[in-house]
Design a protein around this ligand. Structure first.
Ligand code: GLA
Ligand code: ZN
Length: 664
């Protein structure tokens, strides 16, 4: 879905003039440097609460007035942040309830950031008040173009207010205590609850074995973040209805159901910090691509913002190796290829003190522009100006991979089968790779996404099924869809209750034409083999032993007592086909299998050969070509294109490592 927030790609990042309040000459220098760096935007005010409200009810907006005016005078767009991510000391001192309580019931002292109770009425009221004042003061400021809510919402609180809120949440989500006892299977280990007050948050020293309860807690925490956010934005929606709202997500952070949160945002933004040049860059690029696609898919293909990235290093890796020159630029162009309409940094200028003073920034402690990092940022800014054609262009793939936040929760916590080798994301990445390497766009959707839009849906390790999922898969295949399921599929419902009557759940057995009898787990070093289409694949970690009913067997196990039983199947069901891949493997199987099952589909792959280590992605009329290999690569194109970066006509291009081209 197309959606435009600006007419150009936003290039800027977190800017903290509040840290330089006593050196106003630096503010002016920042303006000069921003112009030199081809930066057109600044995100201001993220952790500025104590500057905005130095004492309770005493406000100081003058500095912000001045900086917004300066930014505007220099033609910069401002993304204005609400300050709730960190609170002033006076606030915590006067209202201790705003501070978080850890799972052992101990209240945190004042300090760090993201250290607030999500339920505290006082904190919610204080946040609402400061947000109201910001909105009223800047509603007509010509520089202010977007709201950045708080910063990287995360974590949880176990205070009494939150415990009570959890119980209230349960009362809404379960009709009665009896129902809850039944759904949580509380007859087990004599866990029947006789009063709501007996339920507390999960913790090591308390309840931590009831998976249904842990799932409920995670849903509650996620909902608490969303309701905290709704409280934050209420005055903004009212006072500045035309200013779009986002909050910055953290990669695949699973403490919040981002797929649910996304519905409440005008646009998605996220903070991307790949570990470049420390290992396999092509793998790092693949994972970043997957995450970009996840966020692009959250609002039906709509462009998103790359709210943060480092222009050089971070300070929180064990060892902060400098990525290769132009790596950051390449990483930024990759984001644009996958749907980003911004390239923003944490941070514009390095702090002089504090925890992040050695984190990369556009402007280093030296304070001038004669640095490699500054030059590269400036060059990238100039390149981004040539990519206006991408702005606002959303897109969807014709293939979807189901990566569901709540399934991730369920997969992570159940006990059984292989408890050591279980990585939902890694499994999804293996299925993503064959498409990524062919330059085919893939959407990453939750299990309640709209399957009908896709020619092919792949749902790796779909262990837990939300209500309605069985019918939706069945309907999709019956109506002509191609669906791939894998081992341990359809085992439990949303409360982690096993489906009775055989796996996968209910009529999925008819859809796939099989029944799984026993999942087998393989200890480290122990393998089996699957032979499929004349090739052998090594089985690791886990595999299902199954019997077919109507499915056709495409591949079988070669060893163990289940030798010659089916491991890969296809079933014709209605107008569609359901494939089942019953075993975990290193990924080589996915490559071959996907090649076979997409042979008759037009999935929009580029019409030229993509060399190893190169990534290609189409966005609107633009084709992005990125070399993540460690050596140069030559790409022979299918026709003549214009290289928008160099403005040359080309039919072939040689890219150095870290090189990129955008052609039309
Ligand atoms: C996060 C935060 C920023 C900063 C960076 C450092 O993304 O949002 O405030 O701490 O990390 O990498
Ligand atoms: Zn709390």
């Amino acid at each position: 879905m197309d959606k435009k927030f600006f007419d150009y790609i936003i290039h800027g990042g977190d800017y903290n003039p509040d840290q330089w309040i006593n050196t106003p000459e630096i503010w002016d220098e920042d303006m000069r440097l921003m112009n030199l760096a081809n930066v057109n935007s600044a995100t201001v005010g993220i952790f500025a609460w104590s500057m905005l409200e130095p004492e309770e009810g005493v406000y100081n907006f003058e500095w912000l007035d001045e900086i917004l005016d300066k930014l505007h005078a220099n033609g910069k767009d401002v993304i204005l942040a609400t300050p709730s991510g960190a609170r002033p000391a006076w606030l915590a001192q006067k209202y201790p309830e705003v501070l978080r309580v850890n799972e052992n019931g101990i209240r945190n002292e004042y300090g760090v950031r993201h250290n607030h109770c999500l339920t505290s009425p006082v904190y919610r009221e204080k946040v609402r008040k400061i947000n109201t004042l910001l909105a009223e003061r800047y509603k007509n400021h010509p520089a202010v173009k977007m709201w950045h809510i708080s910063n990287e919402y995360c974590g949880e609180c176990h205070c009494e207010l939150c415990q009570e809120a959890f119980r209230d949440w349960l009362k809404v989500h379960y009709e009665s205590l009896d129902e809850l006892n039944e759904k949580w299977w509380n007859g087990f280990w004599s866990h029947k609850m006789t009063d709501w007050s007996q339920i507390n948050s999960p913790k090591d020293r308390g309840e931590n074995h009831v998976v249904a309860m842990k799932l409920a807690w995670r849903r509650f925490v996620s909902d608490s973040h969303i309701s905290f956010y709704e409280n934050e934005i209420a005055p903004l929606r009212e006072i500045t209805p035309d200013i779009p709202i986002t909050t910055n997500f953290m990669r695949m952070y699973d403490g919040i159901d981002y797929q649910d949160f996304a519905k409440h945002l005008d646009l998605i933004s996220w903070d991307n910090y790949p570990a470049w040049d420390k290992g396999e860059n092509a793998d790092e690029a693949l994972e970043a691509a997957f995450v970009h696609d996840t966020f692009r898919s959250m609002k039906d293909g709509q462009p998103f913002f790359l709210m943060e990235s480092t222009p050089s290093i971070v300070n929180w890796h064990d060892v902060n190796k400098i990525p290769k020159p132009m790596r950051q630029a390449q990483s930024s162009i990759q984001a644009v290829a996958h749907g980003a309409d911004s390239v923003q940094y944490f941070q514009w200028r390095k702090s002089r003190g504090g925890h992040e003073k050695f984190h990369g920034a556009v402007v280093d402690h030296c304070g001038h522009e004669n640095t490699r990092v500054f030059r590269e940022v400036s060059k990238l800014g100039a390149d981004l100006q040539k990519l206006g054609g991408a702005v606002g262009k959303g897109y969807n793939g014709k293939v979807a991979i189901v990566y569901d936040w709540q399934n991730k929760w369920a997969v992570d916590v159940f006990c059984g089968y292989n408890n050591t080798k279980r990585n939902y994301l890694a499994e999804c990445l293996k299925w993503y790779r064959p498409f990524y390497e062919r330059g085919i766009a893939v959407d990453i959707i939750p299990m309640d996404g709209d399957f009908a839009k896709y020619d092919l849906v792949i749902a790796p390790f779909l262990y837990m099924l939300k209500d309605g999922t069985i019918d939706r898969i069945e309907g999709y295949v019956r109506n002509g869809g191609k669906f791939v399921g894998t081992y341990l599929m359809g085992i439990v419902d949303k409360d982690d209750l096993c489906y009775l009557g055989g796996f996968p759940a209910g009529k999925l057995k008819d859809v796939f034409g099989l029944e799984v009898e026993e999942p087998d787990s393989l200890p480290e070093g122990m393998t089996n083999t699957v032979s499929c289409n004349g090739k052998n694949y090594t089985v690791v970690d886990i595999c299902d032993i199954l019997h077919t009913t109507s499915a056709q067997t495409l591949g079988s196990y070669k060893a163990d007592f289940y030798k010659d039983t089916p491991a890969v199947t296809v079933n014709s069901y209605g107008k569609g086909k359901a494939y089942y891949a019953a075993f975990a493997n290193g990924g080589d199987f996915m490559t071959d299998f996907i090649r076979d099952i997409i042979a008759d589909l037009d999935l929009g792959a580029p019409a030229f050969e993509i060399p190893d280590g190169v990534s290609v992605r189409k966005r609107g009329d633009l084709t992005f070509i990125l070399n993540f290999a460690d050596e140069e690569r030559t790409v022979t194109l299918d026709k003549e294109y214009t290289n928008l970066i160099t403005d040359e006509k080309i039919t072939e291009i040689t890219l150095p490592t870290c090189g990129y081209a955008v052609v039309e």
